[in-house]
Design a protein around this ligand. Structure first.
Ligand SMILES: *[C@@H]1O[C@H](CO)[C@@H](O)[C@H](O)[C@H]1NC(C)=O
Ligand SMILES: *[C@@H]1O[C@H](CO)[C@@H](O)[C@H](O)[C@H]1NC(C)=O
Ligand SMILES: *[C@@H]1O[C@H](CO)[C@@H](O)[C@H](O)[C@H]1NC(C)=O
Length: 935
């Protein structure tokens, strides 16, 4: 959730990041090209045929003749480099730049002494990159072939193990538990590892290890006694390993320890994942945002069931040997994916959830009903138990039933914290408290590369939105995510997670059908893979001890980033003071909420659903529980006693609060909340039916999303939204409406050259809050000159999404358009403009893949020539951006001209519809966010 405190924290972080970024860009351009890449070696590419070639670590690249790993993609060709530069930065489609082949991608050794050598067969593989093209092809083909809907899952095939592969690749260098249990890597071991694999083990902050002052300080902070203890408690030797055993590491992290630097923690936790016996229950496969398919997973020893170990790959090659050309084979995963979708057997894999309506996203509005905010757990348990007796339960149902039964015995005061973040990871820029501790990773460059960071976070929400749309699940943007949406239809660039709310009924659908499922994005669109994880006590709807404010998370298994999902329901928590006015408004009486409460006649017999169905201690009020604990002290741990005391104090706090309900009993609060349709999440954020419903359908990050009916009201219950739309500043951030984007002011000062520091950068003469059209070109050109490449890429790629939001605002806030008319126009906008919208970010897997190719190009090409290529590509993109902006400015944007009803010649032109919020004649709307607009 985005609190104001976090806002300022992010301001700081962002400034820090930007300083770092500039340093990094400098390093990248000047140093890396010359020093690191040469040091890296990595140039021992085979010449001509498929014979082996070895090079020493320090061998300069100039005298190796290099063949390309990528048969269809010669990295030395200038055209290809231009294409790569353009694709990597500005093409956000799900397309791959090359084809995946057996020889080039799978069998060619990528690191170490045998780099470039081509293995004879897949039996010789000791590790491989789990490229989605390989995995999808093999797994889907297997399912179709075996007419099965179940297979043995391995994390190795679905999560990113790039960093671990570098350790598996080692044959000579000995590493032990100690390497991944020390806060900072032992530099000597690190260098030995890198020398053997002829690669950097990691990139982010790698240079710090070469700074003696930093390194010695960091090492001294590691006490050797405690390291022994940590190793003993968290790690053990792997008996199955003896130098170079395929897919094995010499040690097994049995329990995660967190106080490590991010690069150490990355390997530590990846090792843990590889050897963990925790597997998802199923794979959920998306067909775009239309349909969902379910693949069951067999519980296997997940560390030994990858597609090589289970022979799935070998069998695949057998079946496809006729397609081999010169011993090579193309893995065309999109073609197999389409075959899978069309296959007769796939019908039975399709998921249609009874009770959900898949058409909700086609409507402009979605009415919610009070029943969406109630859930009868007792009835659900009865229903599932009877189903268990008659026809048996799916593994998801079994799991869910078990969870419900546990949940109803859980006293709110005694819930255990369910979700765990990597909060103790050393180095605040790693944002450990915003990452799931099991999946935390530094990726290729997540911490340093804003493009990779944005790609990860935005792909996360895009896939989630496609997922709920394909199922007909209801959820809406909330907190910081909704706030960001307001301005440009995107998240705030500095926000490190997403927040969504759901009605409790739908949180239960989500739990029953998807808890512990790995959700896979349509591979034609992207390569997202996310674990849906729902907490264990979701029938508890009050804050209780406060340790489980979040109900569910949608977790990126390649970074640990997540979406926080909270359910809203009627509960006995005291409605916040800010809700009083909504009750009064709804009642349209002159009485205050407090008076309404005084006048209310509670009936002894009114049903208190919240405790109905609860069992044992869970039925007790906090007062009763406290008494019970006092009289049975031996039955509770100290931690539990403390939880009870804390919860008790919170209850007392209510009576001292300004809530209109402060003098009521929990039961009375429940009844009133129910009567007035007041709903809350477990973090006591309150909303009401009339704030939420009907939900409005819109676009967020280029995909469909719902927002509350009264977004401003909803946000103002939590933040203070400035009424103005236009130039804005906020805690070190600047919103420039001409770009529809939030920048750090620190960056803006540079690329506007406000302090005339750099004679080569043309100074912005117009005031920032009153830019002229011509300033767009000036600022973009400067941005690139100053090295803000990724900011420009993010700007360019989000153009369609942000211009969409601009048009939506222009229509919504135009008082001259009738409500009916607005509805119609917005429907056209959503139906016609939105459907062709490109993704505002790259798919992170494709981005990383291309970035690695790019790093190879950097080794091959003369740095200054390469720099020229980049500048040329960017210059063209700036021109394109300016041209598109000109169209919007002149209200002649092609994207807003629509073929009407398919008749061909008639065109609906949305350009002139609505206010003009862009350009020199723009209206400054000082008050549009002052209140919610009716439309
Ligand atoms: C893969 O198959 C798709 C769909 O059948 C086709 O459009 C595409 O060209 C193929 N790609 C390659 C590299 O053969
Ligand atoms: C989700 O799965 C986890 C892990 O098995 C379990 O602990 C939790 O209770 C489940 N939650 C629900 C709501 O089913
Ligand atoms: C790169 O090429 C340019 C011109 O083509 C040349 O002037 C420069 O010396 C070359 N730099 C290196 C490092 O080879």
């Amino acid at each position: 959730m985005l609190s104001i405190r976090r806002f300022s924290m992010f301001a700081l972080r962002s400034v820090r990041l930007h300083i770092k970024k500039i340093a990094i860009i400098l390093v990248t351009v000047q140093l890396l090209l010359t020093i690191i890449y040469v040091l890296n070696g990595g140039l021992s590419i085979i010449d001509g045929g498929w014979k082996s070639f070895t090079s020493s670590f320090f061998e300069p690249f100039t005298h190796t003749t290099r063949n390309n790993f990528y048969a269809n993609f010669d990295l030395r060709s200038k055209d290809n480099v231009v294409r790569l530069c353009e694709k990597m930065n500005f093409d956000t489609s799900g397309e791959w730049i090359d084809t995946y082949t057996l020889k080039n991608n799978l069998l060619t050794v990528k690191m170490g002494a045998e780099k470039g050598q081509v293995l004879n067969s897949v039996e010789d593989l000791r590790y491989y990159d789990n490229d989605p093209r390989l995995i999808w092809s093999v797994v889907l083909d297997h399912l179709l072939e075996s007419d099965s809907n179940e297979y043995a899952f391995s994390w190795y095939d679905w999560a990113n193990f790039d960093s671990i592969n570098k350790l598996i690749a080692l044959k000579n260098t000995k590493i032990s538990c100690q390497f991944v249990c020390e806060g900072v890597f032992d530099k000597e071991v690190l260098e030995r590892v890198e020398r053997e694999i002829q690669e950097r083990l990691f990139f982010t902050n790698r240079n710090k290890y070469d700074q003696p002052i930093w390194y010695n300080k960091a090492r001294n902070a590691v006490g050797s006694n405690s390291v022994q203890q940590i190793m003993h408690d968290h790690c053990k030797n792997n008996d199955a390993y003896s130098g170079g055993t395929p897919f094995e590491l010499p040690f097994i992290v049995s329990k995660i320890y967190e106080k490590l630097r991010p690069e150490v923690y990355d390997l530590h936790t990846k090792n843990h994942l590889l050897y963990s016996n925790f597997t998802p229950l199923s794979l959920t496969v998306l067909d775009s945002d239309k349909d969902v398919y379910r693949i069951n997973l067999r519980k296997a020893d997940s560390s030994k069931s990858n597609i090589v170990q289970t022979k799935l790959l070998r069998n695949y090659l057998q079946r496809h040997k006729d397609e081999m050309v010169n011993g090579d084979l193309i893995f065309n995963h999109t073609s197999i994916f389409e075959k899978f979708l069309d296959h007769a057997s796939t019908k039975k894999r399709k998921l249609n959830i009874e009770g959900l309506d898949k058409t909700i996203f086609t409507r402009e509005y979605l009415e919610l009903s009070p029943s969406d905010f109630h859930f009868d757990a007792k009835m659900k348990i009865t229903e599932l138990e009877s189903k268990l007796r008659s026809e048996g339960l799916s593994s998801h149902d079994t799991h869910y039933l078990q969870s419900l039964k546990t949940s109803i015995t859980t006293a709110p005061a005694l819930q255990k914290k369910y979700f765990a973040e990597a909060s103790d990871v050393i180095d605040a820029t790693a944002e450990g408290h915003h990452r799931d501790r099991r999946f935390f990773s530094i990726g290729h460059n997540i911490l340093d590369d804003p493009q990779e960071f944005e790609a990860r976070l935005t792909s996360l929400i895009r896939t989630f939105q496609k997922f709920i749309k394909a199922n007909g699940l209801i959820s809406w943007l909330s907190h910081g995510t909704l706030y960001g949406y307001l301005y440009d239809g995107l998240k705030f660039p500095w926000d490190g997670d997403h927040d969504l709310q759901m009605p409790i009924k739908h949180l239960h659908y989500l739990s029953q059908y998807f808890n512990q499922s790995l959700i896979l994005e349509d591979p034609r669109e992207g390569n997202g893979r996310y674990l849906l994880d729902v907490g264990s006590a979701i029938t508890v709807r009050v804050q209780g001890n406060g340790e489980n404010n979040i109900d569910a998370r949608f977790i990126d298994i390649d970074s640990g980033m997540y979406i926080d999902i909270t359910g809203l329901s009627v509960s006995s928590d005291a409605a916040k003071q800010y809700m009083s006015k909504f009750v009064e408004e709804e009642e349209s009486s002159d009485k205050s909420f407090s008076t309404l409460i005084k006048d209310y006649k509670f009936n002894e017999n009114d049903h208190f659903d919240e405790v109905d169905g609860r069992v044992g201690l869970a039925k007790y009020s906090i007062f009763e529980l406290k008494e019970w604990v006092n009289s049975h002290p031996d039955d509770f741990t100290d931690a539990e006693k403390k939880q009870v005391t804390n919860t008790y104090k919170k209850e007392l706090d209510i009576s001292r609060s300004d809530s209109a309900e402060k003098d009521l009993s929990p039961k009375e609060r429940y009844l009133l909340n129910e009567k007035y349709n007041l709903y809350n999440c477990r973090n006591q954020h309150f909303s009401s039916l009339n704030i939420l419903s009907p939900l409005r359908n819109t676009m967020f990050s280029g995909v469909s999303a719902f927002i509350p009916n009264r977004p401003i009201t909803s946000l103002n219950n939590e933040y203070k939204v400035p009424p103005r739309y236009g130039f804005l500043t906020f805690q070190g951030k600047v919103y420039l409406p001409e770009f529809r984007y939030w920048f750090s002011f620190f960056d803006v000062k540079k690329f506007a050259n406000l302090q005339s520091r750099d004679p080569k950068i043309i100074r912005l003469e117009n005031p920032l809050n009153n830019l002229k059209f011509s300033d767009i070109n000036l600022l973009l050109t400067n941005m690139i000159k100053c090295g803000f490449h990724s900011i420009f890429a993010n700007l360019f790629n989000s153009f369609e999404s942000t211009v969409y939001r601009l048009k939506e605002l222009e229509i919504q806030y135009d008082l001259s358009i009738s409500e009916e008319e607005k509805k119609k126009i917005l429907k056209v906008l959503r139906g016609e403009v939105a459907k062709n919208m490109k993704s505002p970010v790259k798919d992170p897997v494709i981005y990383t893949y291309e970035k690695k190719l790019w790093e190879r190009v950097e080794k091959l090409m003369n740095a200054s020539n390469l720099y020229d290529i980049v500048l040329q590509v960017e210059k063209r993109k700036v021109e394109e951006f300016v041209e598109l902006s000109r169209q919007v400015y002149k209200r002649k944007y092609d994207g807003f001209r629509l073929p009407d009803g398919g008749s061909g010649d008639a065109v609906t032109d949305l350009n002139h519809i609505g206010l003009n919020l862009f350009g020199d004649n723009k209206k400054t709307l000082n008050d549009i966010f002052g209140s919610d607009q009716k439309y």
